[in-house]
Design a protein around this ligand. Structure first.
Ligand code: ARG
Length: 685
């Protein structure tokens, strides 16, 4: 067995291209490195034939020959380094391969591929494990399989400390494996587990992994590594291997260990598969248009691809030169398999991306069980969506997120959002992403709002935001627009009840959505001047105050509900008094913690969701005031295009709500009582 090595004559840490190199520039003890290298190679040379490539003076990492290329079957695939610092090594390594009589095969494109560092054969099998995600590109994996006539399993590396596959993965004969699971993403871990049964795998612990134990060179029955715990030595012994720890810590400063220092030139013969198996790696092109830079759309798109384990190439891009112009980008997406490609395309679709492939008709599957969608259902977003049916794009009605699309043809084809629970056997549900098109509306100029999101808003900023909201509300009232308020009981506790009541009285609110508590506190305040027993004018609990809360509930129950309580003269002021007086509809959605409840409170939540959905139909603005559950519930059914304003003292709630992908949502972190009083000052007083 022949192994290619390169004496560390010029070894150094001269730049930083992996986390191990940080802080190590100029700290290499060259003499010590040479001693460690010699000690290691002396041992290896007893069991294998070492061939040397001459080190180049300006290539301090050249001793890591594992990155020279991938060699098997007399054929060498030279590396193409991701970092320019190491690109200088390509020429001398390639020259060596040629000089030594290997057939040099260039993998097609110029995507980075770092040799055996990222591609390891399973000894004796037509199986190549290939890493990607940090250094080598997924795009190269198909060519690897073709060049060597093997199946390639793509593994995604997610920890920058384990940037090459050989830093965390060492296949061993008889289908065995030494590896560090945490270096891989979930899917890759599953892929490994599917191919290597548990009793053939050694998963090393953190300490062994950090000690580069997986960066192991096996020659015969001996496994060389930098360091190994007693536990690991025993585990390898059980597999019939002798672990030999030879410290190479001087090289660890550059992020390399024993395996990095060696390249196998005669991989164990494997039964070549002919023709080479087809690779599951697949690709598709999409086009993105719009304010890709200002709104961060391109960033988000690229993150989606990477997070799903895919890879991309921007095949063309034209950036807007002015603020009012659109940018356009075309991306070629490469994913490890169909499944993930569809996931990525689906996510990009909801960013408004268009597929470049020819338009396909939507794939329809029938519901077989009431209330259950076919597994492959397309799940909706808040954005206007169209479905391709019979050669035409049909707009989806009742757009909302987290629903499915049901289609039909009566007199004309139609499509509408439906919830699982509404599905009937035989319903035609859109599955997959073929024939689905999402239109992201132009971002409204947010101006005053833009800065508000999620961070604590200073008093000054709240004032500015309130002014902007007031301006919109005034205009909405003038043209008969619809504003819906979703509010929690905190409105009353924080002294905002009177302000909200005055907004209702002045015609600024067209529907009020809440639970049981807001009306109870509002009416308690009107009847007894307390809220949950606290005297709001003095901010102190009154004696036996909590009784007031229960008394209020009891009186409304006696009256038969809120409207009769108002009409009978029991309730004479407050938010709900104004709602009744001005015929502003309210929907109370109950919960497990409700006291009473009031006769008006809907305790059937399916019914309550439906009533909420009806209440927000046609709304142009929704004010969400300190109510997490009811606000999120409302957000779930709100289509894009509705201005959503979320006010809460907790930044977490604001983020959650403002961040549902709607361009029109803004968050204000402040006290809701303060907010309402400011708003009323602007609109009513
Ligand atoms: N400093 C080198 C780099 O970051 C170390 C290479 C180690 N080689 C390996 N096969 N893991 O590229």
């Amino acid at each position: 067995m022949r192994i290619l090595v390169c004496p560390p004559d010029h070894f150094d840490v001269a730049y930083v291209i992996n986390p191990w190199m940080e802080g190590q520039i100029g700290r290499v003890d060259r003499a010590r490195a040479e001693r460690q290298w010699n000690a290691l190679m002396e041992q290896v040379a007893r069991r294998a034939e070492l061939l040397e490539v001459t080190p180049a003076p300006d290539c301090p990492d050249m001793c890591f020959t594992a990155n020279a290329g991938l060699v098997a079957d007399g054929r060498a695939l030279p590396a193409r380094f991701r970092n320019p610092e190491r690109a200088l090594e390509e020429a001398p390594f390639t020259r060596w391969f040629e000089g030594a009589g290997f057939e040099v095969v260039r993998p097609g494109e110029d995507d980075p591929f770092e040799g055996e560092g990222d591609a390891l054969f399973q000894p004796g099998e037509a199986l190549l494990w290939a890493g990607y995600g940090v250094r080598s590109a997924l795009e190269t994996h198909t060519a690897l399989g073709r060049a060597f006539g093997v199946e390639v399993v793509s593994l995604r590396l997610v920890d920058p400390r384990f940037y090459h596959l050989d830093t965390c993965f060492a296949p061993l004969p008889e289908g065995r494996l030494l590896y560090y699971p945490a270096a891989f993403d979930e899917r890759s871990q599953r892929a490994i587990e599917r191919r290597v049964p548990a009793n053939r795998r050694i998963a090393v612990d953190d300490a062994d992994a950090m000690g580069f134990a997986c960066n192991a060179l096996r020659v015969g029955e001996t496994i060389f590594m930098n360091r190994a715990s007693g536990k690991l030595v025993r585990a390898l012994a059980d597999f019939g291997f002798e672990a030999k720890a030879l410290p190479v810590d001087e090289f660890l400063k550059a992020g390399g260990g024993v395996k990095c220092l060696s390249l196998l030139l005669d991989q164990a013969p494997y039964p070549r598969i002919q023709p080479a198996p087809t690779s599951p790696i697949c690709s598709e092109s999409v086009e993105l248009k719009g304010h890709l830079m200002d709104s961060g759309g391109l960033n988000r798109a690229l993150d989606i691809v990477t997070d799903a384990g895919g890879s991309f190439r921007v095949t063309s891009i034209s950036l807007a030169e002015r603020k009012d112009q659109e940018s356009r980008a075309e991306l070629r997406i490469v994913a490890p398999d169909e499944d993930r490609l569809e996931g990525v395309l689906g996510a990009l679709l909801s960013l408004g991306a268009q597929r470049k492939s020819p338009v396909r008709t939507a794939r329809i599957e029938r519901v077989t069980q009431a209330g259950v969608a076919p597994d492959g259902f397309y799940s909706t977003t808040i954005y206007p969506t169209e479905i391709r049916i019979d050669g035409a794009w049909i707009p989806v009605e009742r757009q909302r997120m987290d629903a499915v699309v049901v289609t039909g043809t009566g007199t004309a084809p139609w499509a509408r959002c439906a919830l699982f629970r509404d599905l009937r056997p035989g319903d035609a549900v859109v599955c997959g992403i073929d024939g689905v098109r999402v239109r992201i509306p132009e971002a409204r100029e947010s101006g005053e709002f833009a800065f508000m999101n999620a961070s604590v808003s200073s008093e000054r900023r709240v004032e500015t935001a309130v002014k902007a909201i007031a301006w919109e509300m005034r205009r909405l009232r003038e043209r008969g627009g619809k504003v819906v308020v979703v509010a929690g009981p905190v409105v009353v506790h924080t002294g905002g009840a009177r302000a909200l009541a005055s907004l209702v009285a002045a015609g600024y609110v067209q529907a009020l959505l809440t639970g049981n508590a807001l009306p109870v506190h509002d009416i308690e305040l009107d009847l007894y001047g307390t809220s949950l027993g606290v005297d709001l004018s003095r901010g102190r609990p009154v004696h036996e105050g909590h009784r007031n809360h229960l008394m209020a509930i009891n009186r409304v129950r006696a009256a038969g509900g809120i409207r009769p309580a108002v009409e009978s003269g029991l309730v004479r002021g407050g938010i709900f008094y104004e709602c009744v007086r001005r015929e502003v509809p309210f929907v109370l959605a109950g919960s497990i913690r409700d006291d009473g409840p009031l006769p008006d409170t809907l305790m059937d939540l399916v019914e309550a969701q439906a009533a909420y959905a009806r209440a927000i139909e046609g709304a142009e603005m929704i004010l969400m005031l300190s109510s997490m559950l009811h606000a999120i519930g409302t957000g779930n059914m709100t289509p894009a295009g509705v201005r959503v304003i979320c006010v809460d003292i907790s930044p977490a709630v604001v983020t959650k709500l403002a961040d549902r992908g709607s361009l029109e949502s803004v968050g204000i972190v402040t006290d809701v009582g303060l907010f309402l009083n400011l708003l009323a000052q602007n609109l009513v007083d």
